[in-house]
Design a protein around this ligand. Structure first.
Ligand code: 13P
Length: 256
């Protein structure tokens, strides 16, 4: 973390978990545990149907509600899809874009990710752009080439003023839901290289201001070490965000 230049953001990605009533319960459990959040912003990215309940439950509590996906068009014949404007009207502040599970199971590509980033920014939402390599790519030694390509396409034609509103989450696919976390040094190395990539396009001042998270089996036990690294500005947390005590421990580690 480098609190001088940029915000630390701890975001929970609940994925396809928690009904609206369970969402309310989890947020109520979190309230007394993370009331002292000082440095870091806290975001809960909940399933679409939980959004109204979550926004209501989080009122007056320093937690923003996020979504996990959206469509890139404003409206139209896209059965089953949700637009940025719909999310915005419900009080959503952040939206995860390009999660590896969406790339893998729902055929998202770097090009659709780019369109979604533009649509989210235009609607006033902050995208959490997910990038990360597969185990095969890591073993072949092409991690950075792959991630640079993902970033360059995702941010194509995003101007400097807007890029500061994009949160980037480095999520190595081999670390997601596997219990196998990247080491703090591995996470710092890739987050640093992502910052270099931003610097090449947007300059040093903007690169310093962008929040770059790590995600992938981050938990109550390893968060403090990961967050101690200068280029790791927070976390995108799956499994451990479903347990109030564990998530609060991670938030508190970011507040040290
Ligand atoms: P886990 O923390 O369960 O590994 O999930 C990480 C993730 O995919 C967050 O978006």
């Amino acid at each position: 973390m480098n609190q001088r230049y940029r915000k630390t953001i701890i975001a929970g990605n609940w994925k396809m978990n928690k009904t609206p009533s369970a969402a309310k319960q989890l947020i109520e459990e979190l309230k007394p545990l993370i009331s002292k959040a000082k440095w870091c912003d806290v975001v809960l990215c909940v399933p679409f149907v939980d959004i109204p309940t979550a926004v209501k439950a989080a009122k007056g509590f320093k937690v923003a509600i996020g979504a996990q996906n959206m469509h890139f068009e404003k409206s139209g014949a896209y059965t089953g899809e949700i637009s940025a404007e719909m999310l915005k009207e419900l009080g959503v502040k952040f939206v995860i874009i390009g999660h590896s599970e969406r790339r893998q199971h729902f055929a998202e590509t770097d090009l659709t990710v780019n369109r979604k980033i533009h649509a989210a920014l235009e609607a006033g939402l902050r995208p959490i752009l997910c990038v990360g390599e597969s185990l095969e790519q890591r073993e072949l030694g092409v991690t950075m080439e792959h991630i640079r390509l993902q970033i360059k396409i995702a941010l194509h034609n995003v101007d400097a003023a807007n890029v500061k509103r994009v949160v980037i989450a480095y999520e190595p696919i081999w670390a997601i839901g596997t219990g196998r976390t990247a080491t703090a040094d591995q996470a710092d190395e890739v987050c640093g290289a992502i910052r270099d990539c931003i610097r090449e396009t947007y300059g040093a001042r903007i690169a310093r201001a962008v929040t770059i998270q790590y995600g992938g089996s981050m938990n109550a036990g390893n968060a403090a070490e990961l967050l101690s690294k200068p280029n790791v500005d927070g976390g995108l947390i799956g499994g451990a965000s479903l347990k109030a005590g564990d998530f609060a421990t991670i938030v508190n580690a970011a507040n040290q």
